[in-house]
Design a protein around this ligand. Structure first.
Ligand SMILES: Cc1cc2nc3c(=O)[nH]c(=O)nc-3n(C[C@H](O)[C@H](O)[C@H](O)COP(=O)(O)OP(=O)(O)OC[C@H]3O[C@@H](n4cnc5c(N)ncnc54)[C@H](O)[C@@H]3O)c2cc1C
Length: 671
């Protein structure tokens, strides 16, 4: 069809045919946008999607475009802006918490209330899902078809350019070279095939890439890296406590070298994605062994149920683009989505959306000639290419910080200090990590925010200095981190306030309704029943207990029965004047133990253990400590107690209980 020319631009006339090769996200977003916008402009185009995974009879998408299926907040926003609502059979889970796995401890980041993050399956795999679910690709395809696109099932294997510029697209059903060739004459071709070429193999030896060359003579495909994707079937009762969470890691071990990992629970499956030298070098058939080794990593063990068996339901090794293509536009043809560029390691679906939208808008508003495509479409791809350079640095720094025990501890501590002291909107470090994990900002902005003086200050003061102090405290009390995992125990400021409000009636009943001089709170998630948790807690004061055994502090039950009102525990310190006793004064079965300090400098204070159910078989164990210093009966005493209060090392309590809570969790969960 002759194209309309306007100021040397080639505009698609009404009735023109647009062939979209590949009905993955980029192809479908492109078709959808093109059709919707052309209708808005009272224009009429024929848009034909050609997809090799489509069933020739039903049009259903078979197999899967291997991917973790994470739908980032920015993609969720973009879908909403286009009035696209993801149905509940596509969404497997709404992600509420993102956990960054660190050598020291994991950093849990809550998805901000105004951001939405989901996980979906991309295709029909893994098969035998118990619930009726649809893949994201199938949903996007139906969306494009509903907008008026046509679907042809077949694999495109050849292109021929006609003298008038039109392009003949050859496709074969089932992709077999001997199958009958079908031809479609197109006025514009969008190449949305993703990257499925073999890494390392010269691209002229790769069939589809060779087929593109008559259309895009200067085309150089993106470099790709192998990944390993596994869908692991896990009994839903084991996985349920993890639903709504996404776990990202950046390191492996001496045996398995991983640069990036993600685990996303989806009902009865856990989607695992691994990238790294071990995967780069893996041979066919190594996948299962790599996944099994991955599950044995200590930081993975910290997350997964301890007695964890992992039947892999499906496994694949798709490529992920790590650079952008070159020469991806020419007259009446352009590569889009992964085949042009993808956001590095994160949020490729969103970059597929961005490139598809830019291409559709260019085709409609500027034209399909090479110049129009260069002016309208290329800047979007080039911007992503430039941004990925910062992405590389961001991921490198991230990997170094989280993969090194010392640095990871400093970073964790800095986040914790910020969390305790700053309101949510001022948590600069948490925001940086959230943006890296979720893809919620450009890599460039993330990179510069990492070096903002305030961020550096918080890492040095709230991270490095506090860590040095804590390490010294651990040395004094002889606390060793061996034989059990390290888990987050610090509370967000707002959680502290909420919990305090919750227990206020108890505090008031014991005369601590005001804010006491010293007030601390810690919490840890324990995957167990209240009975088991309280049974272990009842050993507080037993001579052979395996938690809370700081050097120099002899903690003994001196009267009563465990977890029974009247039970007394003595804290004997090297300085007799600092020793004291606590007595269990109130028990709410299955929920709460309240100890009162009977004597010593913290007399009248409270030590409270409380359990809250967070998920089935998972409880949040919180510890609250509050007391007032003695006021003194005369000026000298008052002065002395003031000095004591100023120098009182409240942080020592944090360090000891942080250590003890991790021990407790380990003891309970390994029972
Ligand atoms: C392991 C892994 C995990 C990922 N996780 C995420 C994530 O959690 N979130 C996220 O946003 N992004 C993720 N991505 C990136 C994301 O998958 C891609 O960016 C996105 O799929 C790109 O879409 P696309 O349409 O360009 O390509 P694809 O999704 O690859 O779709 C291309 C389509 O073209 C078809 N096709 C190919 N060749 C032909 C042919 N010759 N003829 C006809 N049809 C053809 C294919 O069958 C396919 O349906 C991940 C990628 C990988 C590799």
């Amino acid at each position: 069809m002759a194209l309309r020319r306007s100021r040397k631009r080639h505009i698609l006339p009404d009735g023109a045919t647009v062939a979209v090769v590949g009905a993955g996200p980029a192809g479908c977003f492109f078709a959808f946008r093109l059709l919707r916008e052309s209708k808005e402009q009272d224009r009429s185009l024929r848009v034909v999607l050609i997809e090799r995974k489509a069933d020739p009879h039903t049009g259903a998408i078979r197999g899967c475009n291997g991917c973790a299926g994470g739908i980032s907040p920015r993609l969720a926003d973009a879908l909403q802006a286009n009035h696209i609502r993801l149905p509940s059979d596509v969404i497997q889970t709404r992600i509420r918490t993102v956990t960054l796995q660190g050598e020291w401890k994991n950093v849990e980041l809550r998805v901000p209330d105004d951001r939405r993050m989901y996980a979906a399956f991309r295709g029909a795999l893994p098969s035998r899902r118990s619930a009726r679910t649809r893949g994201l690709d199938e949903f996007l395809l139906r969306l494009a078809l509903a907008e008026g696109a046509e679907l042809l099932a077949g694999e495109v294997q050849e292109f021929r350019r006609r003298a008038d510029g039109g392009i003949d697209v050859c496709y074969r059903v089932g992709g077999e070279t001997r199958a009958k060739a079908h031809w479609l004459l197109a006025d514009f071709v969008a190449l949305a095939t993703g990257v499925n070429h073999t890494p390392g193999l010269p691209f002229r030896e790769q069939r589809f890439l060779r087929a593109i060359l008559p259309l895009l003579p200067r085309f150089r495909p993106p470099k790709i890296r192998r990944t390993l994707v596994a869908e692991v079937r896990i009994a839903s009762r084991s996985l349920r406590p993890l639903l709504g969470e996404a776990f990202f890691g950046g390191y492996g071990s001496g045996r398995i070298r991983i640069e990036m990992s993600s685990m996303i629970p989806k009902r009865e499956f856990l989607t695992v994605v691994l990238i790294g030298p071990t995967v780069d070098r893996a041979q066919r058939g190594d996948g299962q062994a790599i996944i099994a080794e991955f599950f044995r990593l200590p930081h993975v063990q910290r997350i997964l149920p301890l007695r964890f068996e992992a039947p892999v339901a499906c496994l694949c090794g798709p490529g992920i683009p790590v650079t952008a293509a070159r020469g991806y536009v020419a007259d009446r043809v352009a590569a889009v989505g992964d085949l042009a560029v993808a956001r590095l390691y994160k949020d490729g679906l969103y970059s597929a959306f961005l490139t598809a939208r830019a291409l559709a808008d260019t085709v409609l508003q500027l034209g399909v000639d090479a110049r129009s495509l260069r002016e309208g479409y290329m800047p979007v791809v080039e911007k992503l290419r430039r941004d990925n350079r910062y992405g590389r640095l961001v991921f490198l720094l991230n990997r170094i910080a989280f993969g090194n025990r010392g640095l990871s501890r400093i970073l964790y501590q800095a986040i914790l200090t910020e969390r305790k002291s700053k309101p949510e909107h001022q948590r600069r470090l948490a925001q940086i990590l959230w943006k890296i994990a979720s893809g919620d900002d450009s890599y460039r902005r993330v990179f510069f925010s990492m070096f903002h003086p305030k961020a550096i200050y918080r890492i040095v003061v709230g991270g490095l200095l506090v860590t040095l102090r804590n390490v010294a405290t651990e040395a004094v009390f002889g606390l060793k981190w061996e034989g059990f995992g390290r888990y987050p125990t610090g509370l967000h400021r707002e959680d502290f306030v909420a919990k305090k409000t919750d227990i206020l009636p108890i505090l008031e009943a014991f005369g601590l309704g005001h804010t006491p001089d010293v007030e601390r709170m810690y919490s840890i998630r324990v995957r167990s029943t209240p009975a088991r948790i309280l049974r272990e807690l009842g050993r507080f004061g037993d001579p052979d207990r395996q938690f809370f055994r700081p050097r120099f502090v002899d903690v003994r039950r001196v009267a009563g029965e465990p977890n029974r009102v009247g039970c007394r525990v003595r804290y004997k310190l090297p300085f007799p004047r600092l020793s004291f006793q606590v007595e269990l004064v109130s028990v709410e079965p299955g929920r709460r133990l309240v100890y009162r300090v009977l004597d010593g400098f913290a007399r009248g204070g409270l030590l409270l253990f409380e359990l809250d159910r967070c998920q089935p078989k998972c409880h949040l164990l919180s510890i609250y400590v509050g007391f007032n210093f003695p006021r003194g009966r005369n000026v000298i005493q008052r002065l002395l107690w003031r000095v004591f209060a100023i120098f009182f090392p409240g942080f020592a309590h944090d360090v000891v209980w942080n250590h003890s809570l991790c021990q407790l969790k380990h003891l309970i969960e390994s029972q």
